[in-house]
Design a binder for this molecule. Structure first.
Ligand SMILES: C[S@@+](CC[C@H](N)C(=O)[O-])C[C@H]1O[C@@H](n2cnc3c(N)ncnc32)[C@H](O)[C@@H]1O
Length: 231
């Protein structure tokens, strides 16, 4: 079995990723049946409520694409990442790409985050099935709280949870980033308006990052932390 042109050479990981990407392909059908719920929440300005969130997203994977997964793995390998922080774990697809890189770099940890208990449990099982349990831990709860306990130095960050939280979370993580750390942020095109302030923040040169939007999948913001050297 093979997941596209996956750079990870490990049948156990490939099999789990193949199954998860296949299961995630069912997301659009589930979303289609929930359009009335979406309309109801939008009309009441409750799109960011925990209650709506639970009903709408509890069983959706909404993962990174295979191409993004391959890129996550390769970037983490290129910078020899040993500590990677992930905002938004869901069922663990992106976590598995990142944990594979950590393992192949010689060890370290991915610190994921998920506030939906059922997803948290499933992610742990999927990571275990891929044989990567010793390279990943998933913090259960709101990442704005749980990330405060993350130790420095952080080599790489994936932002893939709710979009209004990208800037607050970068503020929490920035003091822990090492020089040259990479931040990848998903859905730049999907949530163009919501993420405009984030893109401006990363690309302004005023906040310690050099950054560009890559036309990969739903738009991947690729940023390098250069701290005081940012121009
Ligand atoms: C787009 S999905 C992540 C997909 C995952 N990165 C992958 O590739 O499989 C976003 C996830 O972030 C979680 N999430 C959103 N906001 C969060 C927060 N503040 N703290 C922890 N988890 C959060 C949601 O429950 C959801 O499962």
């Amino acid at each position: 079995m093979s997941v596209g042109n996956l750079p990870i050479r490990d049948a156990r990981i490939e099999n789990v990723l193949e199954r998860l990407h296949r299961e995630a392909a069912g997301d659009p059908w589930k979303i289609a049946t929930r359009i009335p719920l979406l309309g109801w929440a939008a009309a009441r300005k409750r799109l960011y409520d925990r209650e709506f969130d639970r009903k709408f997203f509890h069983d959706l994977y909404i993962p990174v694409s295979r191409e993004q997964g391959a890129m996550l793995y390769l970037v983490a390998r290129a910078i020899c990442a040993r500590r990677i922080v992930e905002f938004g774990t869901s069922f663990g697809i992106s976590t598995i790409y990142l944990a594979a890189a950590i393992r192949d770099n010689g060890g370290g940890e991915v610190i994921g985050s998920e506030f939906e208990p059922a997803k948290h449990e499933r992610a742990l099982r999927n990571i275990e099935e891929a044989g990567l349990a010793e390279y990943a831990k998933i913090l259960l709860g709101d990442a704005r709280e749980t990330f405060r306990s993350v130790a420095a130095p952080v080599d790489m960050v994936l932002l893939d949870g709710w979009k209004s939280m990208y800037i607050p979370l970068i503020d929490v993580l920035k003091p822990k980033l090492r020089e040259g750390a990479i931040v990848l942020a998903d859905n730049i095109f999907t949530f163009k308006r919501t993420l405009r302030p984030f893109v401006e923040y990363m690309q302004s040169g005023q906040n310690g990052f050099l950054s560009t939007t890559l036309r990969i999948s739903d738009g991947f913001e690729f940023s390098v932390f250069v701290s005081a050297k940012a121009k």
